[in-house]
Design a protein around this ligand. Structure first.
Ligand SMILES: Nc1ncnc2c1ncn2[C@@H]1O[C@H](COP(=O)(O)OP(=O)(O)OP(=O)(O)O)[C@@H](O)[C@H]1O
Ligand SMILES: [Mg+2]
Length: 251
């Protein structure tokens, strides 16, 4: 079941390189992400966006404070999409997606149908048997998105998922992601998107958290009050883009 995420008084400190001192990256971070909501994290490079995502993913622990879900962490289905697709080169496209399905996801035939349905949704219906090295970067990222949705995630974390792609491909993939997000046949995960593309944040997110400062905190939270499905050229998104840029310049 899609879950709330509570980030309560979180500090994150890293040991400084070559000394005893520590470097504080996040300070008193308080935020609640509602179940089924997609929140975008934006802020200057190095401000701690990926750090926060890693803390939410349980890949690292806060120095102080806590990140909690409304279910025990080990019962949460969590998917992560990175900038690089991180596919297994020795497996076909369908095997790369199928590998994340467990024995609870049905017999081999049902699993194949699940994988094929996802390949249709990411617009790669003919590529089930292909190997990653024969796909373009955009096609590989489509597979990585299909793999992320295959587990019916409660929480979906996206760390600059489209930033390695050309703008036209990225735009197409944002629309694919939006369609998966709005697909009523699947549960809507709680999402956190890290991006440097403010129009992408406006297009995909319900709320945009502008981070800034050192150690970083929340500067401003901007609501994206635009109904879905959204069109990437909607003038209201450009307004939001401008607001985010202004907030970043002030931070
Ligand atoms: N494992 C680590 N050990 C020590 N310092 C770290 C570690 N991970 C991140 N940092 C430092 O924490 C700060 C925040 O890093 P982080 O990767 O979270 O930034 P970011 O906002 O994601 O940046 P970018 O937009 O460039 O991806 C940086 O100064 C980085 O050097
Ligand atoms: Mg990062």
């Amino acid at each position: 079941m899609s879950s709330d995420i509570q980030i309560a008084s979180v500090d994150k400190r890293y040991p400084a390189r070559g000394g005893d001192a520590t470097r504080e990256v996040l300070k008193s971070f308080n935020f609640q992400i509602r179940s089924g909501e997609l929140v975008a994290l934006v802020g200057p490079s190095g401000c701690g966006k990926s750090t926060l995502l890693n803390l939410i993913a349980g890949l690292d622990t806060p120095t102080r404070g806590a990140i909690t879900f409304d279910q025990p962490f080990n019962s949460i289905n969590l998917s992560v999409v990175f900038q690089q697709p991180r596919l297994l080169d020795w497996l076909s496209v369908q095997e790369n997606i199928g590998i994340v399905l467990s024995r609870h996801d049905g017999d081999p035939q049902t699993k194949r149908a699940t994988v094929q349905a996802l390949l249709d949704q990411v617009e790669l219906p003919q590529h089930a048997a292909a190997f990653p090295q024969f796909l373009s970067g955009g096609q590989r990222q489509r597979v990585s998105i299909a793999r992320a949705f295959a587990v019916d995630p409660d929480v979906l974390l996206l760390d600059e998922p489209f930033s390695a792609l050309d703008e036209l491909t990225a735009r197409r993939l944002r629309m694919v992601l939006q369609a998966l997000w709005l697909d009523e046949k699947r549960q809507r995960p709680t999402g956190v998107l890290v991006t440097h593309n403010m129009l992408e944040a406006a297009f995909l997110a319900d709320r945009i958290i502008v981070m800034g400062g050192s150690p970083a905190g929340i500067r401003v939270v901007i609501d994206v009050d635009v109904e879905r499905p959204r069109h990437p050229d909607d003038a209201r998104l450009f307004d939001i883009h401008r607001q985010v840029m202004e907030a970043l310049q002030d931070s």
